[in-house]
Design a protein around this ligand. Structure first.
Ligand code: XMP
Length: 513
């Protein structure tokens, strides 16, 4: 099925992915394209609407990104946001200048007044807070446009040419700080572009399965399953599409969390696929014995992954297709197909370069993370897999400070499971993006019963973040920390002290190693 398409033309703004997500939330499929995309390509894609994003530049700067004015002759509605709004004004004969006095420059939450007879603001309250972030000012509005919103400081907050379906807003409707922002995007899509709203995950799932079947034919498909959300959802999709032509390789390095290996295996029981689970605890622990340098540990684990795949490769022979769990943010950020492949190659965690295959399949390439989760649900994956937090490829190997032994891995697995249980019990599992326990290599004195103990200190870590590049430590309620600490010290022999990590990233990283 062909979906209605909206194109988000990217001029370098910081919220571009968010715009695309919001459009999809409204039930309309959209893709982000760089502003360098030729007009012929945009036209061929036959969009029902185009959105110009924000960007850090000033339109009057000749070096700033522009687009050919012929785009306004396509007969397709256009919404410009922030820089995109100024670009519309600039391209169609208006005048954009630096805000002469500071008061016309607006940043942050701004009380805004809307003309609700304009289709963009139809059905909205006449006043609301909008999120502004612009230093330029539309001194002259282009011919055919009307002013349809203003603020105390700025008369030209939004412009509209209703006849041609061109709209520009100086603020960001896609961010939550803008009251009714989603409704404005909805109005643009449904009132102006006349969208039908045919983007649902159920439909996507059916279309994706059909196109995978067509592509793969009776070919053989290989997927490296890590147990993370992306590879699990990709595996479920391929399993549904090609069943026993799919071989999934899951390497259990003995450094997984409690019951994780069994959970992953169980989740795929219902599909008729070849799931090869390689239980390689001994191999990994032997290779890691006595090594305490974090980088060396990572390298050893990566190398051993490759050794395991070599063994599996010999068993399964040549494959036609290799599946990778690349998702849309990777594609947008890399900007080129090539870079996306390099990144996803890294994601598969250790496939040797010479695995013999004809082509790569990236079935999640056009989906955002929340859509990947939705697709997983659609395919019947259990909630604990679909909502799983990120888990590093080297696993507990980099959460055991110092040398890694089976005893330490077992201690940490138990303690980590208790922490996760208590966080979930307290209802905080959805508030924290990543949380786990770290076994430090420090021992301290304690007293239990009448005896002296000299055991390990365990650190708990919880962070909130959107991109994992920066993170804040999670303000987990004391009651939850208390319950976790009490249970861990009582139930896990070998740990007699629990601390909570209250460092953000930067200056710390999320993981300890
Ligand atoms: P850091 O510790 O760099 O972690 O703040 C950022 C995010 O990346 C994850 N992480 C890894 N994931 N292999 C992975 O697949 C790794 O070697 C690795 N190291 C860190 C980490 O869990 C966090 O989500």
């Amino acid at each position: 099925m062909e979906h209605e398409l909206v194109i988000v033309l990217d001029f370098g703004g910081q919220y571009n992915q968010l715009i695309a997500r919001r459009v999809r939330e409204c039930g309309v499929y959209c893709e982000v394209k760089p502003y360098t995309t030729p007009l012929a390509e945009l036209k061929a894609a036959n969009p029902i609407g185009i959105i110009f994003t924000g960007g850090p530049n000033s339109v009057y700067d000749p070096a700033s990104p522009h687009y050919t004015s012929e785009i306004f002759q396509l007969g397709v509605p256009i919404l410009g946001i922030c820089y995109g709004c100024q670009l519309i004004a600039h391209s169609l004969g208006g005048l954009v200048t630096p805000a002469v006095d500071d008061s016309a420059r607006e940043y942050g939450k701004t009380e805004t007044f809307y003309d609700t007879s304009c289709r963009l603001f139809q059905g909205l309250p006449e006043t609301g807070i909008s999120w502004m972030s612009h230093g330029d000012y539309m001194a002259k509005v282009p011919e055919g446009f009307q002013l349809v919103a203003h603020s105390a400081a700025c008369p030209n907050v939004a412009i509209a040419d209703e006849a041609r379906g061109f709209y520009g807003v100086q603020f960001h409707p896609e961010v939550n700080h803008t009251e009714n922002g989603l409704k404005m995007l909805h109005n643009f899509l449904y009132e102006v572009c006349h969208a039908k709203g045919d983007w649902t995950m159920g439909d996507y799932c059916k279309t994706a399965i059909a196109s995978i079947r067509q592509k793969v034919g009776d070919g053989k498909v290989l997927l490296a399953l890590s147990g993370g959300v992306d590879s699990s959802v990709a595996a479920a999709l391929l399993a549904e599409a090609v069943g026993d032509q799919l071989t999934c390789v899951f390497v259990d390095h003995g450094l997984m969390r409690k019951d994780e290996g069994d959970e992953v295996e169980k989740a795929f029981e219902k599909w008729n696929i070849h799931l090869i689970r390689m239980n390689e605890e001994e191999r990994f622990l032997t290779a890691l014995a006595g090594v305490s340098d974090p980088e060396q540990k990572r390298k050893i684990i990566g190398e051993q992954f490759i050794r395991v795949f070599e063994v599996v490769g010999k068993q399964i022979g040549a494959v036609d297709y290799l599946v990778q769990g690349t998702i849309y943010p990777d594609v947008i950020e890399s900007g080129t197909g090539d870079a996306a492949v390099i990144k996803s190659h890294h994601n598969v965690g250790g496939l040797p370069d010479y695995v013999d295959f004809k082509e790569i399949i990236e079935p999640l390439r056009m989906l955002f993370k929340d859509e990947v989760r939705q697709l997983g649900r659609e395919l019947g994956l259990p909630e604990y897999l679909v909502m799983r937090q990120p888990f590093p490829g080297p696993g507990l190997g980099i959460r055991i400070i110092g040398d890694v032994t089976k005893e330490k891995a077992d201690l940490l697995r138990e303690a980590d499971a208790i922490f996760r249980e208590e966080v979930a019990k307290g209802g905080w599992d959805r508030n924290i993006n990543q949380y786990f326990a770290v076994l430090t290599n420090m021992r301290s004195v304690g007293v239990m019963g009448d005896g002296r103990t000299y055991d390990y200190t365990l650190a708990l870590r919880g962070v909130t973040t959107t991109d994992f590049m920066t993170a804040d430590w999670a303000r987990i309620p004391y009651e939850i920390l208390d319950a976790a600490s009490t249970r861990i010290v009582n139930e896990v022999k070998g740990i007699n002290r629990v601390v909570y990590d209250i460092t953000s990233k930067p200056p710390a990283t999320i993981e300890w190693e």
